[in-house]
Design a protein around this ligand. Structure first.
Ligand code: PMP
Length: 357
């Protein structure tokens, strides 16, 4: 089995912040703000990209058969029920374009992924933000937030930015309880980080109102290449394919994703390393008086006394070359989301939070 080789985790902030350094004089940057895999893509995926570059003058496949077949084989799914997109963002976007318009409502949770709201608005629909009492996806609150205008209900499991997860019994209750005209979208962007993950494929196959989405941007380390996919009943796949451009994915993206999904050993290795460092980071932060929610993904939600302290810590981290994510926009003003990096990055962020405290 190939050894995981850490990619450079320390880079110039200018690469990430629109060409401008946010903090004068800081050039030694570690980026822990976008839940990327610190080890990058597998060697097999990189090799596939090198080969695909020779096909740059050719248009790509329009129906993505090799990639859909590979995904279906690895996950035990039906390839005809898979659609591939430019990141799972594009699948979310297609769903909103196809199923929600003016006068329709799209339900998401207050601590849920921002793209649901953005895509709903782009489709002319009204995003409906459901308040939650705990930081775990609240099925009762979501059901109470549905009306006869609800067309789509989005949840991420594990959820971003809380990192928490709900079980299949709760998801089934949600699929059963939403109004008949609504579709439940189960976003599994962080699925690969959970051993024995159940993304709800059986539910997709048994019902006509459930869709699953997945991505190559997180554990597979291909965020910059942009590939995601959806699993849905055939009627929904047909509708989504009508709005999908025929050449939405490049040769390079298709080749990278196909090689990545077949590399089970790399998935195992990255998952194990993430679990190890996530536990380490949560404990190290706790020792410095910063608790975090129990995460199932590749980031942790670090909790501070209040918004002022969270922002002060963020600024202190920036001054020390560490970029993490503020999540006030997710109604979590007193928290910071920190991606689990490689060991050096985790040690550095924990040490710096310790200095702050
Ligand atoms: N869903 C969730 C919950 C995410 O956190 C993200 C990425 N931040 C996405 C979907 C979209 O990922 P991508 O478009 O890169 O596949």
């Amino acid at each position: 089995m190939a050894k995981i080789v850490p990619q450079p985790g320390i880079m110039d902030i200018a690469l990430y912040e629109g060409g401008k350094s946010k903090v004068d004089g800081v050039s030694n940057i570690v980026k822990l703000s976008s839940n990327e895999n610190p080890f990058g893509p597998s060697e097999a995926a990189q090799e596939a990209v090198r080969r695909a570059v020779h096909e740059m003058h050719r248009y790509p496949s329009t129906d993505h058969t090799p990639l859909r077949t590979a995904i279906a084989e690895v996950h035990g799914l039906n390839a005809d029920n898979i659609i591939c997109g430019v990141g799972s963002d594009e699948i979310i976007h297609f769903l909103c374009q196809a199923y929600a318009g003016p006068g329709d409502e799209v339900v998401h949770t207050e601590h849920g992924f921002a793209m649901y709201k953005i895509s709903a608005k782009a489709a002319g629909a009204t995003p409906v933000e459901v308040k939650e009492t705990e930081r775990v996806t609240d099925v009762d609150a979501i059901l109470a937030g549905c009306t006869k205008k609800t067309k789509l209900v989005f949840i991420a499991n594990p959820n971003n930015p809380t990192g928490t997860m709900i079980g299949m019994a709760e998801i089934e209750r949600l699929a059963e309880g939403i109004p008949p005209q609504a579709i439940l979208v189960l976003d599994g962007a962080y699925a690969e980080y959970v051993e024995g993950y159940d993304g709800g494929a059986k539910l997709v196959e048994a019902r006509d109102n459930v869709v699953m989405t997945r991505t190559f941007s997180k554990l597979y380390g291909l965020g910059g290449v942009r590939v995601g996919w959806g699993y849905a009943p055939k009627d929904i796949i047909d509708v989504l394919n009508r709005i999908r451009g025929p050449f939405n994915l490049s040769n390079v993206a298709l080749a990278a994703a196909e090689a990545a999904v077949k590399d089970a050993a790399y998935v195992e290795k990255c998952r194990a390393e993430n679990t190890r460092m996530r536990t380490w980071l949560a404990e190290a932060l706790m020792e410095h008086g910063v608790p975090s929610d129990t995460s199932t993904a590749n980031f942790i939600l670090a909790r501070f006394a209040d918004q002022e302290e969270a922002e002060a810590c963020d600024l202190f981290l920036q001054k020390n070359g560490i970029i993490v994510r503020r999540v006030a926009g997710y109604n979590l003003p007193a928290a910071l989301r920190i991606t689990v990096g490689d060991e050096a990055s985790c040690r550095r962020v924990a040490h710096t939070v310790g200095l702050f405290k």
